[in-house]
Ligand binder design. Structure first.
Ligand SMILES: Cc1cc2nc3c(=O)[nH]c(=O)nc-3n(C[C@H](O)[C@H](O)[C@H](O)COP(=O)(O)OP(=O)(O)OC[C@H]3O[C@@H](n4cnc5c(N)ncnc54)[C@H](O)[C@@H]3O)c2cc1C
Length: 480
């Protein structure tokens, strides 16, 4: 029996598999696609916190070498400069989903993860000891824990009976690439129906995102439907023929009520669906994976009780709900009628304020996620800044201490001891260099020590004593 089976080798499933492998878990990924090839473009990049997370595992450079960094993003039509954000990576990375998956795949292969392709999961049954995963063809695979990272139409989520709630779809959009016989109209259009954009692709085809004149929920769009949407938006079907690929998405925004049923969990698009506006999908999935991976690892190893898994929902549900609200707002503003124009103008006016812009940038980059770990120092629950450190062994930085996904007790004033948690926590005595500043918050007082969880969030802040440290170690690293 496997310790964990992950369904889906998209960005979430691959990241989670890597995290579990680092935790020493015997993990297997099952993927329906028989090759690594992706149909269509899908994600075109991700934001600063995702780059930081990859940096925490020592693989950010692989992504930065393949993509393009841009020191700005946008909320609706308002550009937000992010080059001054207090992070080592104050930019958005442009990189297609195929490239993202290829790099993650290389990483999990190095970590020895087993990945079976051409295997479709159709359902499961679970008992107290494990889960029987049902595969197309009638066979089963047995595992102690099952994670569905199988995308927005997740079979695992549906078989678990986990409900998704949120905003129902009001509009559908067609996306893809198609051969055309006419010149492309320029620019992005907004009308009463929604947003329409065409772009010339390097191979001479037209990339398109077109809002349909009427909502359709059918999974596979047809060429006739594309032509009708083009005529409604541009007055011509552009002679569209031979689509390279086509897909349909809606403005629905939904999130699971529970992230776990017994021995089954969901992550990434399987746990939340939303329009691609603002490019948040990969980052949300990676953050789910990095929040869940070490916790599930500790439960599998027997270091922590199962209750640790409840913190996955408690932490990721509110953080994701906040991002989904923002994505919904941005998607709502993609219309050209008088009411929506008024909303856009009001939002643009509010964003003229530098403080509002800074807060919005911190949210959109994912850098301001604040887990509710109780009252205390402003660092508590937030991601640890990647400060330069000087240790007895030489200079290093915070991210470098997290490469193996173990908790770190960073002792900045001396005198801290991990005690009986020494085997699970790396104790590092260091001096920190650089500003203690949090995105969207500002400068914070320098702590005397911090306990950093494997996902980079601060679980305890020292005031020069070790008050509360044992409790924090017990909560996050398991009973001594
Ligand atoms: C048009 C478009 C543009 C986007 N642009 C961006 C962007 O710019 N930035 C961004 O961050 N996000 C973007 N996204 C969202 C992003 O693509 C998703 O959020 C991201 O892919 C989610 O990753 P995931 O691993 O959770 O799910 P997926 O990428 O959907 O991966 C799920 C995997 O599970 C496999 N699978 C499914 N069912 C089964 C089964 N039953 N058995 C076995 N395997 C199965 C699938 O084959 C797939 O490989 C965009 C999405 C779309 C549609």
């Amino acid at each position: 029996m496997r310790e964990v089976i992950v369904v889906g080798a998209g960005p979430t499933g691959l990241m989670l598999a890597g995290e579990l492998a680092l935790a020493g878990v015997d993990v297997e990924v099952l993927e329906r696609r028989s090759t690594a090839e992706l149909v269509g473009t899908r994600a075109r990049g991700f934001h600063a916190r995702t780059i930081e997370i990859l940096d925490q595992r020592g693989i950010a450079d692989r992504f930065l070498a393949e993509g393009q960094t841009v020191p700005r993003l946008a909320f609706g039509a308002t550009p937000l400069e992010i080059g001054e954000l207090p992070t080592r990576h104050p930019y958005t990375l442009g990189l297609g989903q195929a490239g993202i998956e290829e790099i993650l795949l290389g990483w999990v292969e190095e970590l020895g993860v087993s990945l079976r392709r051409g295997v479709e999961v159709t359902g499961f049954g679970q008992d107290d000891q494990g889960v029987d995963v049902h595969l197309a063809g009638g066979t089963t695979a047995r595992t102690a824990w099952l994670v569905g990272a199988d995308g927005g139409r997740s079979v695992v989520r549906k078989a678990a009976g986990i409900e998704m709630v949120g905003a129902e779809p009001t509009r559908s959009l067609l996306i893809g690439e198609v051969a055309v016989t006419q010149e492309l109209p320029e620019g992005i259009r907004l009308d009463e129906v929604g947003i329409h954009a065409l772009s010339a692709m390097p191979d001479g085809t037209a990339g398109f995102v077109v809002t349909e004149p009427a909502l359709s929920l059918a999974a596979e769009p047809t060429l006739e439907e594309l032509r009708a949407a083009l005529v409604a938006a541009f007055g011509t079907d552009l002679g569209a023929h031979e689509p390279r690929w086509m897909s349909r998405f809606t403005d629905a925004t939904r999130q699971v009520v529970d992230y776990r049923r017994g021995r089954v969990l969901v992550a990434g698009d399987a746990a939340h669906v939303h329009p691609p506006t603002g490019g948040q999908g990969v980052g949300l999935g990676v953050q789910d994976a990095v929040n869940l991976g070490w916790k599930l690892g500790q439960v599998v190893r027997g270091d922590s009780p199962e209750g640790l898994l409840d913190t996955y929902r408690a932490e990721r549900h509110p953080a994701t709900a906040r991002v989904l609200a923002n994505v919904t707002t941005q998607a709502m503003m993609q219309r050209g009628d008088a009411r929506t124009s008024a909303l856009r103008e009001t939002v643009a006016d509010l964003l003229a304020d530098p403080g509002t812009r800074a807060r919005m940038a911190a949210l959109l980059t994912g850098l301001d996620v604040a887990l509710d770990l109780g009252e205390g120092h402003p660092l508590l629950g937030r991601r640890m800044p990647d400060l330069d450190l000087v240790t007895a062994a030489g200079p290093t930085r915070v991210c470098a201490l997290l490469h193996d996904a173990r908790a770190v007790l960073l002792d900045l004033a001396g005198g801290l001891e991990p005690g009986r948690w020494g085997g699970r926590v790396r104790h590092v005595a260091a001096s920190a260099h650089g500003p203690w500043e949090l995105p969207g918050v500002g400068p914070v007082p320098a702590p005397a020590g911090v306990l950093i969880r494997p996902d980079g969030h601060v679980a305890w802040v020292g005031d020069g004593t070790d008050a509360g440290l044992r409790e924090a170690l017990t909560s996050w690293c398991g009973p001594a």
